[in-house]
Design a protein around this ligand. Structure first.
Ligand SMILES: [Mg+2]
Length: 397
């Protein structure tokens, strides 16, 4: 089998990849929603993969992997890898996870970082009310993640949250020392959420980046004994184009609160330091940024050998990402906790692809599907109307 074309279209706002072959089998992959600017980045790889056998996934990946980088520049490579696994599964007539070692679980746990409500204010009682709504959601989430500190925009919603002048525009990485007043407020908000969740649901907190090392350790120590699932990305994360394991080494060994990072990191090599030095307790790479499904599997296995847990990022990965994460989670070792649920947004994604209903959530879990490949197929007649003019040939062979 040979790859005949690598196509990319912006559907909704997400870069969607379609790889075609000379045997009529195609494969799909996708990047995070709101990354339409990556279209040329995907096209960049076309000449490097056309003519190759897509079922030799690793061989194709070897040719393109080094031409990527930390978030968002690992997206194209990751989306291509997904599409290759989709083809390989379809060609073999088996679900993709069978080619990755086979599933070790029949349903996979997800956590909520995606079902959101408009919070009515920024006081602790508003955090509590918001948490109650998420707790009451029919998906019955077992873990809910909430954004606090810099990640939750506390430097914007209160005066003097930290010793610095917040820049509120764009993606500016605000960073600095939290004031006593800010720290007390942060703790009050967390306590209010913990009260709502009780022992029924785990609370994870996405905190930065932007926190200093002393503040990160202070927060972790304050929350000891409260069964926080993890503190995510306190000092690096999101779009930090670096790892800085040394900073985490000043936090993680000194607290019993689990410390988490990794969503922006590209490739297994960039996890070596975090893992071998036990710089964090939980890793959360994103399958749509790290380099793909097999990359996630390798990192999770290596982390497991070092006593590090795995809770993958994925809130913006869309319907295709949901399918990909389900296959991935089926094969990860037992250090796996849960992946961050992405959803079909807008909901018409469920109309334009066949198979989406297989990934429904019940009691915070998704059943592992048994259909070949990733289990999603475009319905071109329906999907066409969501294509941009310049992408009109996306479904042509
Ligand atoms: Mg995060």
């Amino acid at each position: 089998m040979k790859i005949t074309d690598l196509k990319v279209a912006i559907i909704g706002n997400a870069p969607v990849v379609r790889i075609t072959t000379d045997e009529g089998i195609d494969g799909v992959g996708a990047g995070e929603t709101a990354k339409p600017y990556l279209k040329p980045m995907v096209e960049f790889y076309r000449d490097m993969i056309v003519g190759k056998d897509p079922t030799d996934v690793e061989r194709v990946m070897l040719g393109i992997r080094r031409m990527g980088s930390f978030k968002p520049w690992g997206t194209a490579v990751s989306a291509i890898e997904m599409a290759l696994w989709d083809i390989a599964g379809k060609a073999a007539g088996v679900p993709t996870y069978k080619l990755l070692g086979g599933k070790i679980r029949d349903k996979v746990q997800v956590y909520n970082g995606n079902v959101r409500y408009e919070r009515e204010g920024s006081e602790p009682e508003h955090f509590a009310a918001d948490m109650q709504k998420m707790k009451d959601h029919p998906y019955n989430f077992s873990i809910i993640k909430q954004a606090v500190s810099f990640h939750g925009g506390m430097h914007r919603t209160m005066d003097n949250f930290y010793y610095g002048t917040p820049v509120t525009k764009g993606r500016y990485p605000n960073r600095g020392t939290i004031t006593p007043k800010g720290f007390k407020y942060l703790l009050k908000c967390v306590e209010a959420m913990l009260d709502v969740l009780g022992d029924d649901v785990g609370l994870a907190l996405d905190c930065g980046p932007g926190m200093t090392v002393p503040d990160a350790l202070k927060l972790a120590k304050e929350l000891e004994g409260s069964n926080i699932m993890w503190l995510e990305d306190m000092v690096t994360g999101d779009y930090s184009p670096f790892v800085l394991a040394d900073l985490y080494k000043q936090i993680t060994p000194y607290t019993s609160t689990p410390i988490h990072t990794g969503e922006q990191i590209y490739l297994r090599q960039n996890f070596v330091e975090l893992i071998e030095r036990n710089a964090v307790n939980v890793l959360g790479p994103d399958v749509a940024d790290v380099g793909g499904i097999a990359e996630m599997k390798f990192i999770a296995e290596y982390a497991d050998l070092h006593g590090i847990l795995f809770a993958p990022h994925g809130t913006f990965d869309g319907l295709i990402g949901l399918a990909v994460q389900t296959h991935m989670a089926a094969v990860l070792p037992e250090n796996y906790i849960a992946f961050e649920l992405p959803q079909a947004k807008p909901e018409w994604w469920l109309d334009i692809m066949e198979g989406g209903e297989q990934f429904a959530v019940t009691d915070s879990h998704i059943d592992v599907p048994s259909t070949p490949g990733l289990g999603l197929t475009f319905i071109p007649e329906v999907a066409e109307k969501y294509l941009r003019e310049e992408d009109a040939d996306f479904f042509d062979d």
